[in-house]
Design a protein around this ligand. Structure first.
Ligand code: KIV
Ligand code: NA
Length: 263
């Protein structure tokens, strides 16, 4: 089976075939998700919270994104791999964005980058796309804006979001993530622009969906649980139980057995 390409995204929207995206941060997980048929793996700067245990995504660096993207790309045969550009790796200027995106593309084997922002990032998106690097845009609740927004909440500025969506499409983005916006607005945007919308907390009217790995598999079970983050498994609970069983076995002498030892 051949690898998913950027043009496939446009074709799938035309066909009404929904796009399934999950975040990934390492090789074994990427292999599992790829084998399961996930269309696109996003190496999200959500790694700041999911992998690094921080409160926000702001501290994630470009070398960290490159490190994780490289492992994720190596674990895939079919999925399109998209890497997030971290906070302040593209805000200074379009030139800075091209350099950052270029380091990701040359260093990792991923196929595209994602960056946050609408009209104010249009010139930057255009510059990166003109450098032959496909861009996925990201609108609505943009976590890199957390210090301005103050908290993670649903974004409801309808006219601004519609204009931003139009702007990122016109700037050349091949897809756009819509995070935490009302379902009706996301559906309207999805019908207004010809590139696929990938929703998270944006309802069923989007052209695809994305979930954060740790949310959907219950890997951070003590953490905040947004209503859109459907739990597909309780792997965190399973890992905890397995680890506790191992501890019991070691302490009680039940592990290892003779079969698990060399004679
Ligand atoms: O960093 C991330 O995981 C993301 C998705 C939630 C879209 O940007
Ligand atoms: Na992100």
């Amino acid at each position: 089976e051949r690898r998913v390409t950027v043009p496939d995204f446009a074709a799938w929207k035309q066909q009404g075939r929904k796009i399934a995206v999950i975040t990934a941060y390492d090789y074994p997980t990427a292999r599992l998700l790829d084998a399961a048929g996930v269309d696109c793996l996003l190496v999200g700067d959500s790694m700041g919270t999911t992998v690094q245990g921080r409160d926000t995504t702001l501290s994630v660096t470009l070398p960290q994104i490159i490190y994780h993207s490289e492992m994720v790309a190596r674990g895939t045969k079919r999925a399109l791999v998209v890497a997030d550009l971290p906070f302040l790796s593209y805000h200074v200027s379009p030139r800075q964005a091209i350099r950052s995106a270029g380091r990701v593309m040359k260093g990792t084997g991923c196929q595209a980058v994602k960056l946050e922002g609408g009209r104010r990032m249009a010139a930057t998106i255009r510059a990166v796309v003109d450098a032959e690097i496909p861009v996925m845009a990201h609108l609505g609740l943009t976590p890199q804006s957390i210090r301005r927004l103050g908290s993670y909440k649903v974004q409801r500025e309808e006219d601004a979001l519609r204009e931003d969506a139009r702007a990122v499409f016109e700037a050349g983005a091949f897809a756009v993530v819509l995070e935490c916006i009302p379902a009706r607005l996301a559906a309207a945007i999805s019908s207004e622009i010809p590139i696929p919308t990938i929703g998270i907390g944006a309802g069923a009217g989007c052209d695809g969906q994305v979930l954060v790995l740790h949310d959907m598999f219950g890997l951070l079970s003590d953490g905040f649980r947004p209503r859109f983050a459907r739990r597909y498994a309780e792997l965190g609970e399973q890992m905890k139980q397995a680890a506790a069983e191992y501890v019991r076995d070691v302490r009680g002498g039940a592990f290892p057995t003779e079969d698990e030892s060399f004679r």
